[in-house]
Design a binder for this molecule. Structure first.
Ligand SMILES: CC(C)(COP(=O)(O)OP(=O)(O)OC[C@H]1O[C@@H](n2cnc3c(N)ncnc32)[C@H](O)[C@@H]1OP(=O)(O)O)[C@@H](O)C(=O)NCCC(=O)NCCS
Length: 153
């Protein structure tokens, strides 16, 4: 698949919303989707496009001079496992390094709540060099253990 990656861009929520909505096994809670859509306009966002259609995206939030967070990323399910997530992350890491950022973090569902979909998410981040730091139940509650993963970029 000959996709292109562009970014960072601002104000990308409407172009990314269809990808979020195509991933109900990961983004199934309407309030969470609305929160991502509300946050995204101000966040540097990277887009993967194929024939003019957005098929993947990644948004970054810088927390301090040293670190930033992948607040949300997704690739359309029809296009999984074709290197799009890797390409988005490589462009985001390159931008982060240019900003002097040393660490990227991502919060995702932790392994203490078994979920086959998020097991794939964690496998992706681990393959990309992220390592699990700690699982917290104070972030999203006891039912949704939050695993913080980090990578030195
Ligand atoms: C996680 C996600 C962004 C990965 O995007 P992708 O384009 O499918 O991933 P890539 O093809 O770039 O994969 C890169 C590497 O990650 C690993 N990987 C990716 N998906 C994997 C899976 N399902 N199982 C195991 N390893 C996987 C592999 O090592 C892969 O390299 P390989 O295909 O050469 O073996 C995508 O699956 C997705 O949108 N998931 C749903 C939403 C989500 O989880 N978002 C993150 C929320 S925190």
């Amino acid at each position: 698949m000959r996709f292109t990656v562009e970014g960072p861009l601002l104000n990308q929520s409407s172009s990314c919303e269809p990808v979020l909505r195509a991933l109900p096994d990961w983004f199934g809670i309407e309030e969470a989707i609305q929160a991502y859509i509300a946050d995204m306009p101000a966040l540097p966002t990277f887009l993967a496009t194929f024939h003019g259609r957005v098929i993947g995206f990644l948004s970054l939030k810088q927390h301090n001079p040293h670190s930033a967070e992948i607040t949300v990323m997704g690739v359309h399910p029809e296009a999984h496992r074709q290197g799009i997530g890797r390409a988005l992350l490589e462009q985001a890491e390159s931008y982060a390094r240019e900003q002097g950022i040393e660490y990227l973090q991502v919060k995702t569902l932790g392994p203490s709540r078994p979920d086959k979909h998020y097991a794939r998410t964690r496998a992706f981040y681990e393959a990309m060099g992220f390592r699990p730091l700690e699982e917290f139940t104070q972030v999203w509650g006891e039912q949704n253990p939050c695993l913080v993963m980090v990578k030195r970029v």
